[in-house]
Design a protein around this ligand. Structure first.
Ligand SMILES: Cc1ncc(COP(=O)(O)O)c(C=O)c1O
Length: 1004
């Protein structure tokens, strides 16, 4: 009814005809007018007297920006037939103003997912650009009094009665802070600002990956105010619904500052202004809730706004201020330069800190993620062993103090207290902000300078400081702090906050592991330029992501000591490694992920990069019992230290490993040949088949992969039919991949149809008077896309192959050693037993050891006189490792774990399919799972699969893709994968699957 009236007004005054769709709006009626499905306009009908009086101002503002030709879209007013930009009309008998504006094509920020840092940067930058170009725009209307103008925000005080006591706890501090800082705030530069960059006013490009800011619409709230307020508004909405709003605000601030420079004073107000903008919104919402309970739009942002205010209130305001400074390119702490200058001019001796020590030179101890000295988690958490190693190092270097650690990313902080939730998944606080001095317990620690005690307490608890002292120092009108951790609590008990401590006086004695948080004795010494309102603690490690901020707040203690040894040691970065690798390592080596990953440490189901970022590994079935499993590592280390040689000598390890393997296999499979890789195992299996049968013809599956040697490439259609492949060798015979989901025959009971293909192939080999050597296949075809074989297929196929005199080879390189959960070997899923089994990847838990196991008959016939000699295969070290890997599978019940966690994961993924229809098939057994992504028309979604894997990596979860169409996500984690890790994986998948690139319907 109303739309018809509007349509006729549009025809009358603008000669525009089309269809109208209503849009959300607070006071105006807004519509999208579309003409011939092409051109679009926004139609605004204003009846509110306040808006009407602002129309001329908005008109002038938009024209001003048009003349400036700024980058990005600024919606322009369309002239009506009388050549003006507004028309007084009557709608429903009431006076209103009709305006038509150009439609800014794109989608709204509120409808964009994910919102990542570069988009936030773009928002800040675009807004800064507008602000910069409005500096010289003046208009009398802009001076109006306006409740959304942050500089007038104290009107909210009249409405505090609308809030509950708990709500007031969040609201009041921001009002108080605003009043406290009002004097300097009033003096900040002012200009006309947009003042309403909320998520419904920011237009983003349609690109589903890396979208850009197109423009900001709706200048209805523009006013004359402190320029910084515009940024505060944009931040408020740009960080809504985020895990870490401060981190989310930084790219917005950075982008803004690049376009419109902020002063240090302006930055100092930003934190409180963001809080105050939320307070205005929430006060408005509370008022509106009372007076217009029916208007849902007015309430729409209330819930996330409270959640944000709560999070924002918890953030330390100084920390926010320093973070904003850093984002704008200033030193995070204003006193940093002064402190550095003072540090340069004053050198301190370690003898002052540790007068009982004769030595003052230092020896650097590397405790970084890639350090080999600290060994694995089992070793560094064994404090007796750690202490023993420190003592040995000290004995070897009696004249040096063992020290180091400033800005070192360390793997040592394994308690969950060190993990925090970032906007992209959990991250670890692991970058050390002080220097550690490794000296015996009871070593006295003395003051370097005159100071005043500001903290002295016992921080009890695992991996805590234990006895902990912070001193304040006042130097040249600048004050800073020194922190001493891991002291003996008794030795500091006499200190009281406020006590003066003279230079050279005793602070305390070093603690021992019983009283210092369970660390080997050492002093943690850190400099602080601000206490950030901490009164009983101060972090000694922070995240790599915030390293630059913290380095400015906690400068290098070596500024005081100036020791060459204590200078931060740089480790190779990805940029250091790549050029050499590209030039001097095999050109056909590939690298996983669009942004390559440098991993330097593994533990359990985690891989850790050089900066201490932990990645949950859902890919690596080689690290079968967990990355660097301590008992497997130990078995290898111990044997390596004693003897490693070849199989021409007797050694019990060889028998032990062979027996451990045979014990897991069905009767009959009982002769083992050790080799070094899966490829070598399959190469040997093929040679056995040739020798035993006298034939050369091998049947394999389409899309199979069995290794990188000439012989195995020849039976791997994944390779010879793939990029750079030479095509099928004449003695290889392919059957269609037995894929009941999307193969030649689909659905249940297709096993016999695929077995018929084996029959047909044998018949054709025999027709050519050739002899079948064997049939090689994986129980679940991994490179083919984690494809389980249809029921009954393998039994029928083996029968046919054996009837034709061929041998059956089960390639268990991926599927073996308990991964299937219900069974130890993949072939057992189908109730068959092969003649030859090849075992690779999991057997050595990362160490190159592989094996071929066959029947006595096959072994007998293969031993035709030619010696099988393998320099490395079956060496005592590899055998010790293989035995221990199989032992750990048993001891830690990892097959059962694969069954339980795998079934849970498969069920949960199937449930996920209901919400995300592109997940067309979930399949697998135990911890060997595939998810196939297809469009509604059953077309493979390779780009989407790759997007998913890459975004999961951003969330700290490693996944891989495979399948002939690159549209299958593979899950085959170390078998220690836990239920909670499965939940994290599911949570990540759900988050990414909701993102625009994956959630828009796939109709192709
Ligand atoms: C099923 C299968 N067989 C054999 C191999 C070859 O093993 P390797 O890389 O240890 O030579 C692989 C390797 O990915 C494989 O997946």
């Amino acid at each position: 009814m109303e739309s018809n009236e509007i349509l006729s007004l549009l025809a009358e005054h603008y000669k525009l005809k089309g269809s109208l769709i209503p849009l959300a709006g607070e006071l105006d009626l807004n519509y999208k007018l579309t003409i011939d499905n092409e051109t679009a306009f926004i139609v605004k009908i204003s009846r509110d007297p306040e808006t009407i009086s602002s129309i001329a101002f908005q008109e002038a503002l938009l024209r001003h920006l048009k003349e400036k030709e700024i980058e990005g879209e600024v919606p322009q007013l369309i002239p009506n037939l009388s050549g003006t930009y507004q028309k007084e009309v009557f709608l429903n008998g009431k006076k209103a103003i009709l305006r038509v504006l150009q439609w800014v094509e794109g989608r709204l920020w509120s409808k964009t997912n994910p919102i990542l840092s570069d988009l936030r940067y773009g928002l800040g930058n675009h807004l800064g650009n507008i602000a910069q170009n409005l500096q010289d725009f003046k208009h009398p209307f802009a001076q109006r009094s306006f409740e959304w103008n942050l500089s007038e925000c104290l009107w909210v005080e009249q409405h505090l009665g609308l809030f509950t006591a708990t709500e007031l706890e969040l609201v009041t501090p921001f009002i108080t802070a605003f009043k406290t800082h009002q004097e300097t705030y009033n003096q900040l530069p002012k200009s006309i600002i947009h003042n309403d960059a909320n998520d419904h006013n920011i237009v983003v490009s349609q690109a589903l990956i890396q979208p850009k800011i197109i423009g900001i619409i709706d200048y209805g709230d523009a006013c004359y105010s402190q320029t910084i307020n515009d940024l505060a508004v944009a931040c408020t909405y740009g960080i809504m619904d985020t895990e870490d709003p401060l981190a989310a605000s930084l790219p917005i601030v950075k982008g803004y500052h690049q376009a419109n420079e902020l002063s240090e004073t302006a930055i100092s107000h930003l934190y409180h202004l963001i809080g105050m903008r939320l307070v205005i919104s929430l006060t408005k919402a509370a008022i509106n809730k009372k007076s217009h309970p029916e208007n849902k739009y007015l309430l729409v942002s209330e819930k996330p706004a409270w959640a944000l205010l709560h999070k924002w209130w918890k953030i330390n305001s100084k920390r926010a201020y320093y973070s904003f400074r850093k984002a704008c390119g200033f030193k995070a702490h204003p006193n940093l330069a002064k402190f550095e200058q003072w540090g340069k001019a004053n050198t301190f001796s370690l003898k002052t800190l540790f007068p009982s020590q004769k030595k003052q030179d230092t020896l650097h101890l590397d405790l970084s993620v890639s350090s080999l000295w600290i060994e694995n988690e089992a070793a560094f958490n064994d404090l007796t062993y750690f202490q023993y190693k420190i003592e040995r190092l000290q004995e070897a270097n009696p004249h040096k103090i063992i020290a180091g650690g400033y800005l070192e990313p360390r793997p040592l902080y394994t308690s969950e207290d060190y993990d925090i939730q970032s906007n992209e998944g959990p991250i670890s606080r692991c970058v050390h902000l002080g220097v550690d001095f490794w000296l015996p317990s009871k070593t006295p620690v003395h003051a370097l300078l005159d100071g005043r005690v500001v903290m002295a307490l016992d921080r009890k608890g695992e991996k805590e400081y234990g006895g902990f002292v912070v001193l304040e120092h006042q130097i040249d009108a600048m004050h800073f702090y020194t922190l001493y951790g891991h002291l003996d609590p008794e030795s500091i008990a006499a200190h009281k906050v406020g006590d003066a401590l003279k230079k050279d006086s005793l602070i305390g004695l070093l603690g021992n592991k019983e009283n210092n948080g369970n660390w080997a004795p050492h002093l943690h010494f850190q400099i602080l330029l601000d206490l950030l309102d901490y009164t009983e603690d101060f972090p000694g490690v922070q995240t790599y992501q915030e390293q630059d901020l913290w380095a400015d707040l906690c400068p290098d203690p070596n500024l005081l000591f100036k020791s060459e040894e204590l200078k931060p040691k740089l480790k190779p970065t990805t940029e250091d490694i790549m050029p050499f690798r590209k030039k001097h390592l095999g050109k056909s080596l590939s690298i996983q992920y669009q942004e390559p990953l440098q991993v330097v440490r593994g533990h359990g189901a985690y891989l850790i990069d050089q900066n201490g970022q932990k990645y949950l590994d859902t890919v690596n079935n080689v690290a079968h019992v967990g990355h660097e499993h301590p008992s497997v590592v130990k078995a290898g280390q111990q044997q390596m230290a004693v003897l490693n040689t070849n199989t021409r000598y007797l050694h019990p390890n060889l028998n032990k490993a062979a027996k451990a393997i045979i014990d897991t296999l069905p009767k009959g499979l009982e002769v083992v040949h050790f080799v070094n890789s899966g490829s070598e195992a399959n190469e040997l299996a093929l040679r056995m088949a040739y020798t035993v049968t006298g034939g050369k013809e091998v049947i394999a599956s389409e899309h199979g992969y069995h290794g990188n040697t000439n012989g195995t490439i020849g039976v791997s259609s994944y390779k010879f039919n793939g990029k750079g492949g030479q095509g099928k060798p004449k003695d290889t015979h392919l059957i269609p991949m037995p894929d009941a989901f999307r193969g030649k025959y689909r659905g249940e009971n297709t096993g016999s149809l695929y077995a018929q293909e084996v029959h047909k192939t044998i018949a054709s080999i025999q027709e050519q008077q050739k002899t079948l050597a064997g049939f090689i296949i994986e129980p679940i075809i991994s490179c083919g896309g984690q494809v389980p074989l249809p029921n009954n297929f393998l039994a029928l196929a083996y029968k046919a192959v054996r009837a034709a005199g061929g041998l059956c080879i089960s390639d268990e390189v991926q599927t073996g050693c308990g991964r299937m959960g219900t069974h130890f070997w993949g072939f057992e899923l189908y109730g068959v037993s092969p003649d030859i089994v090849t075992i690779g990847k999991p057997l050595g838990n990362g160490h190159p050891v592989a094996a071929v196991v066959c029947t006595q008959e096959v072994a007998q016939k293969f031993a035709n006189g030619m010696e099988f000699f393998n320099t490395f295969g079956g060496n005592p070290v590899s055998c010790a490792i293989a035995s221990e890997t199989l032992n750990v599978v048993k001891k830690e019940k990892l097959q059962e774990n694969a069954n339980q966690v795998g079934s849970y994961l498969i069920q949960a993924l199937k449930a996920l399919q209901k919400d995300f229809p592109i997940l067309k098939d979930v399949r697998g057994h135990g911890l060997f799972i595939g998810i196939e992504l297809l469009s509604d028309q059953q077309n493979p979604l390779a780009l989407e699969t790759s997007y998913l894997a890459n975004r999961m990596k951003d969330l700290g979860i490693l996944m891989s893709t495979d399948g002939p169409d690159h549209n299958v996500l593979k899950i085959k984690p170390p078998m220690v994968f836990s239920f909670s890790q499965a939940d994290r994986l599911l949570h990540g998948l759900r988050k990414v699957l909701k993102e625009d690139f994956l959630s828009v319907p796939k109709t192709l």
